[in-house]
Design a protein around this ligand. Structure first.
Ligand code: HEC
Length: 146
């Protein structure tokens, strides 16, 4: 009788130990499972291209129809800075597109020297955006001779 009781108690104890162990393993697995999740989250989808080929092509065409080339060349300083120099000065981001769009429309001086950039109030912001995208991509593509 005593022996049987002892066996039962042992069995129970083993059972508890096993269950305990099992749940610990489940926890471990859960912890292990969690790890890949943040790693996967850091895999960023690539950003859309800064400018599409169409925008760049449109920008290039707009520049050649406007008065820009009276004062700018792609690779040589004229009255204004070479466009390649402009593209090397600024990052390819929307803030720069907005900033330089305003510069085209409103004009201004002091960034490259004392001579002012002529204002162009008749140019639509959407067109100026494309012009700037064309200019800013000069450093990274060879699209570009005017
Ligand atoms: C009358 C001469 C003249 C004309 C025309 C002209 N620019 Fe400029 N541009 C300048 C000068 C001068 C500067 C330098 C201004 C400065 O130092 O802030 C300049 C600067 C710029 C810059 C750099 C601005 C900056 O803040 O870094 C861009 C971009 C630019 N011009 C684009 C154009 C475009 C596009 C056109 C045609 C729509 C054009 N320019 C027409 C003279 C001109």
């Amino acid at each position: 009788m005593e022996m049987k009781r002892l066996m039962i108690m042992l069995l129970c104890a083993t059972g508890v130990a096993l269950t305990g162990n099992a749940s610990a393993q489940v926890k471990k697995k859960a912890a292990v499972k969690k790890k890949p999740a943040p790693a996967a989250a850091t895999v960023k989808t690539p950003p859309p291209p800064f400018a599409t080929d169409t925008e760049i092509e449109d920008g290039k065409n707009l520049i050649s129809k406007l008065d820009c080339l009276a004062c700018h060349k792609v690779d040589t300083k004229l009255v204004g800075p070479a466009y390649i120099a402009v593209s090397e000065k600024y990052p390819q981001d929307q803030a720069t597109v907005d900033l330089l769009t305003q510069k085209i429309i409103k004009g201004g001086s002091g960034v490259w020297g004392a001579v002012p950039m002529a204002p162009h109030p008749a140019i639509a912001p959407a067109d100026a955006n494309k012009i700037i995208k064309y200019i800013l991509t000069l450093k990274t593509n060879s699209h570009a001779s005017l």
